[in-house]
Design a protein around this ligand. Structure first.
Ligand code: C2O
Ligand code: CU
Ligand code: CU
Length: 513
């Protein structure tokens, strides 16, 4: 697709946004209305806030309203609960002696809607991918096969892995070709994911279905009393929003938005109108925001709280009780919902901040053995020495549509933006510079590392961000400091994880030596 030709459209759109923003500037939601001011800021982005180009683009009359109404194109259709949620298969090792996987990117057909076949992409299947299980300390071999008719890469999001195996834009595998990577798993238990990363084509390939999960296990997590019966009380949930055309196809070129493609159809694990059947017990949900651009704020329709137990890269030290949780694209969180405590006379569902039903639960009478989530799960800490480190990398995120930049520049595969020594911690300061329309949240991601969030605008991060992260949401005018260390050598990407921003060049490269 020709991104340049849309530049004029982008300017026209910017004008619309300015005009809309002027009209409703006083109707915006008051910041910090939630108990947690930080979460309040995140909420604004999908609440039709005047500053959000996603909202602005829809030309909504009621953009300043706190809740989106049904005419709002950006709203998600509520799930009718007609279909039991698809649970991705767990990939079997090719060998009994060692962990050896074969991952094929392929084209497929999927009956997302009854009676119609949608053209999709998938890993080892027609749509999305299986779960790959790694164990800390082991060596993993993966054969990568590209059966698509376009070049692709296999990127391991959140994995500490040598640069040459990371699957960034330099590792393209042409159609019909294959490659093998081999690496040691050095990091703790976490839920990561994998997806393609070819320069300029990431958003389209993810949109069509290329995304899968990685579960890392370690000694610590095995000893903890957590729900871990896959598909029984431990479920992965990949949240994605899509637009289907009249023929129920994913016509990416027709719906592509330079500022992040959003859709009105909510898919979880590729299932439309999903429901999940659970027992009257504690259930662990591993949430991945796998959308191209939409931010999700999750809460229970009953007003009940849940416990967040993990961030992108590992367990929190202790469970954090949450009323709601926002994930920007590519962020993960693991939560535990106690269905034995929820009033079963009510229809129970996971909803978003506009109360659209994402996932209704069918709670059976089945009551399992009581699991006591431990209060001490991990030993994550930010040391005094790390707090005292000077800022040595500065990153300024700026722009919208196809005019997005990092430090004023667009991605150039030939240019190395930063260098860092392996094993040495440096403080990265990420600033989201507002534009004349205010700006938007950019989810900032670094490859090949898990980092610590030192501060948000000088304050300690909220309790549920005090754990390993690889993607951090940065609100307009916000400054976030990260302690970043790489394990391995190589060239790694850092970028905005709104996939169209990434494809539009909101990406840089760091060389780790
Ligand atoms: Cu999720 Cu550059 O990656
Ligand atoms: Cu990544
Ligand atoms: Cu962005």
């Amino acid at each position: 697709m020709d991104r340049k030709s849309s530049a004029m459209g982008a300017f026209a759109l910017a004008l619309v946004i300015i005009l809309s923003a002027c009209g409703i500037s006083e109707a915006g939601e008051a910041p910090g209305q939630n108990s947690d001011g930080k979460m309040g800021m995140h909420d604004d982005s999908m609440n039709g806030n005047s500053e959000s180009p996603q909202g602005g683009e829809m030309g909504m009359g009621g953009m300043g309203n706190q809740h989106m109404d049904h005419d709002d194109v950006a709203a998600l259709d509520s799930s009718s609960g007609d279909n039991e949620l698809n649970i991705p298969p767990v990939l079997k090792s090719d060998s009994t002696e060692e962990t050896k996987y074969t991952v094929r990117a392929k084209m497929g057909e999927t009956e997302i809607f009854d009676g119609t076949k949608t053209q999709t992409y998938g890993y080892n299947g027609d749509f999305l991918g299986p779960v790959l299980q790694f164990e800390k300390g082991e060596t993993v071999t993966i054969n990568l096969i590209n059966e698509l008719d376009v070049g692709t890469t296999f990127h391991w999001h959140g994995l500490k892995i040598p640069g040459e195996a990371d699957g960034g834009p330099h590792n393209v595998i042409e159609p019909g070709e294959e490659d093998t990577i081999k690496f040691e798993v050095t990091q703790e238990a976490a839920t990561l994911w994998f997806h393609p990363h070819p320069d300029g084509d990431t958003s389209e390939q993810v949109y069509k279905g290329l995304a899968g999960l990685i579960y890392i296990e370690d000694e610590n997590i095995k000893e903890l009393d957590l729900p871990d019966d896959y598909g029984k009380n431990d479920f992965p949930l990949i949240f994605q929003d899509r637009t289907f055309d009249e023929d129920k196809q994913l016509n990416y070129d027709a719906v592509m938005n330079e500022d992040g493609t959003v859709g009105d159809v909510s898919l979880i694990n590729g299932t439309v109108n999903p429901k999940l059947t659970v027992g009257q017990e504690k259930v662990r949900l591993r949430l991945l925001n796998g959308s191209n651009a939409r931010n999700y704020t999750f809460k229970m329709n009953t007003g009940d709280t849940f416990a967040q137990i993990a961030t992108d890269g590992g367990l929190l030290n202790e469970p954090v009780e949450m009323e709601e949780l926002t994930l920007t694209p590519s962020e993960r969180a693991e939560i535990v919902i106690d269905f034995s405590k929820i009033d079963d006379e009510r229809d129970v569902a996971l909803v978003n901040d506009s109360d659209d039903i994402l996932l209704p639960f069918e709670v059976t009478d089945e009551a399992a053995a009581e699991i006591d989530i431990p209060d001490k799960m991990n030993q994550f800490s930010v040391t005094e020495a790390e707090k005292d480190l000077p800022v040595t990398k500065e990153v300024e995120l700026f722009g919208m549509m196809d005019m997005v930049t990092i430090n004023g520049k667009k991605f150039d595969p030939e240019r190395i933006d930063f260098t860092q020594e392996r094993g040495v911690t440096e403080v990265w300061e990420i600033y989201n510079k507002p534009d004349m329309m205010g700006g938007m949240i950019h989810p900032f991601h670094i490859h090949g590392a898990q980092f610590k969030t030192l501060s948000r605008d000088g304050e300690a991060p909220p309790r549920n961000e005090r754990g390993w992260k690889d993607t951090i949401s940065v609100s307009p005018d916000e400054t976030v400091r990260l302690a970043v260390q790489f394990n391995d050598k190589g060239v790694y990407m850092f970028h905005c994880h709104i996939l169209e921003h990434e494809d539009n060049g909101m990406m840089g490269q760091i060389k780790v030596e």
